[in-house]
Write a protein that binds this ligand. Structure first.
Ligand code: ZN
Length: 298
C-alpha cells in the first residue's frame, strides 16, 4: 500500500516539517544548475538541493512532490550554527554556575592546568575524583585536606571545584569567615541561606578552623555542617588542623562539628612539604632583587 501524507507517522511528519522549514532557507544561488533528472544542484558542493517525496495522488497527480532540501554545504552550515548555539548555551550556563558558586577571584585561578605537580600523588587523587564524580556524588564521598599553611590544600580543593564547574556541576567554594559574615547580616533569613548552600552538588569549605572562636560562630558552623551532612551531598573541607587535633578536641561544640566533618569526608589527604607561599615569596624576592640589582648596575 502506498503511503499518503494522511497516513504518515509522527517521525515522518516531523521529517516533512523539517523539509518544509528548509524550503524557506534554501534558495537558488548563482552557479546552481539542474542535473539530467531536473533536480537543482548546488554550484558549490555539487549535491542536490531538491529531493522527491511520495505524496497522495489526490494531492499531486504523479504522487511525487519535489521539495527543497539542504545540499551538503548547507547541511554543514546548519550543523555549525547548531554547534555554535550549543557552545553559547554551554558558556552561558558555565558562567552562571561559576559566578554563583565562586565569588573570590583567587579561587578561580586554582586549576589543574596551573598544577606544578609538586605533589603528584595528591594531584592524581584529585583528578580521579573529578573523573569519578558521579560515583563520588552517589556515595556522598567528601575530601578532607589537612596540613600546614601553604601546602596546596586550597589549591587542590579549588582545582576539583573548577574542573567540575567546567562540567556544569553546581559547586560553591566558600569559607566560614565569609559564611559567618553573611549570616550576621541576614537576621531572620539565616536558615534560608544555610539551606541554599545545600543546593550545590558539591560544597567546598576552605580553611575550617581559622574563624574566630566564639560560641556564636561555633553554633552557626555546626548548623551549616550539620545541615550539609543531612543533605547527603559531598563536601570538601580544607583545614590547618591535623586529624588527631580534630579527633581529640575537648571543646564539646567543636567536637560535634569535627565528628560531622570526619563523617562527611572519608577521603583524607594529608598535605606535607614546603610551604608554597614561602616558596612563592622567596621566588618573588629573588626576582625583585635581581631586577633591582640589575637595574642599579646600569
Ligand atoms: Zn552546497
Amino acid at each position: 500500500m502506498k503511503q499518503t501524507v494522511a497516513s504518515l507517522g509522527g517521525d515522518e511528519m516531523e521529517a516533512i516539517g523539517n523539509i518544509i522549514n528548509n524550503i524557506a532557507v534554501t534558495h537558488e544561488n548563482n552557479g546552481d544548475y539542474r542535473d539530467e533528472e531536473g533536480f537543482l544542484v548546488c554550484g558549490k558542493c555539487h549535491t542536490r538541493k531538491e529531493s522527491d517525496i511520495e505524496v497522495s495522488k489526490d494531492w499531486k497527480a504523479n504522487g511525487i512532490w519535489r521539495v527543497a532540501t539542504p545540499c551538503e554545504c548547507r547541511k554543514k552550515e546548519i550543523e555549525a550554527k547548531e554547534k555554535a548555539e550549543e557552545r553559547r548555551k554551554f558558556l552561558q550556563e558555565f558562567e552562571r554556575i561559576q559566578k554563583n558558586g565562586i565569588t573570590d577571584p583567587q579561587y578561580l585561578q586554582f586549576k589543574f592546568e596551573n598544577d606544578d605537580m609538586q605533589n603528584a600523588k595528591v594531584s592524581k587523587v584529585c583528578r580521579n575524583y573529578v573523573d569519578e564524580w558521579e560515583t563520588m556524588k552517589a556515595e556522598n564521598m567528601g575530601i578532607l585536606f589537612s596540613g600546614t599553611v601553604g601546602t596546596g590544600k586550597s589549591f587542590y580543593a579549588c582545582c576539583i571545584a573548577n574542573a567540575l564547574i567546567e562540567n556544569l556541576v553546581p559547586v560553591c567554594v566558600t569559607n566560614f569567615p565569609r559564611i559567618l559574615n553573611k549570616l550576621q547580616g541576614l537576621g531572620q533569613d539565616k536558615q534560608a541561606f544555610i539551606d541554599k548552600l545545600q543546593r550545590y552538588s558539591l560544597l567546598v569549605i576552605d580553611d575550617l578552623g581559622v574563624e574566630r572562636d566564639t560560641s556564636y560562630s561555633s553554633e552557626q558552623i555546626f548548623n551549616v555542617i550539620d545541615t550539609r551532612t543531612r543533605s547527603n551531598k559531598p563536601t570538601i573541607i580544607t583545614t590547618n588542623l591535623t586529624i588527631q587535633e580534630m579527633e581529640k578536641t575537648t571543646d564539646m561544640q567543636y567536637r560535634r562539628i569535627y565528628d560531622r566533618v570526619l563523617e562527611m569526608c572519608p577521603i583524607r589527604l594529608v598535605m606535607t612539604g614546603q610551604s608554597r607561599r614561602n616558596q612563592n615569596a622567596a621566588e618573588k624576592r629573588e626576582k625583585a632583587l635581581s631586577l633591582l640589582q640589575g637595574n642599579s648596575d646600569e
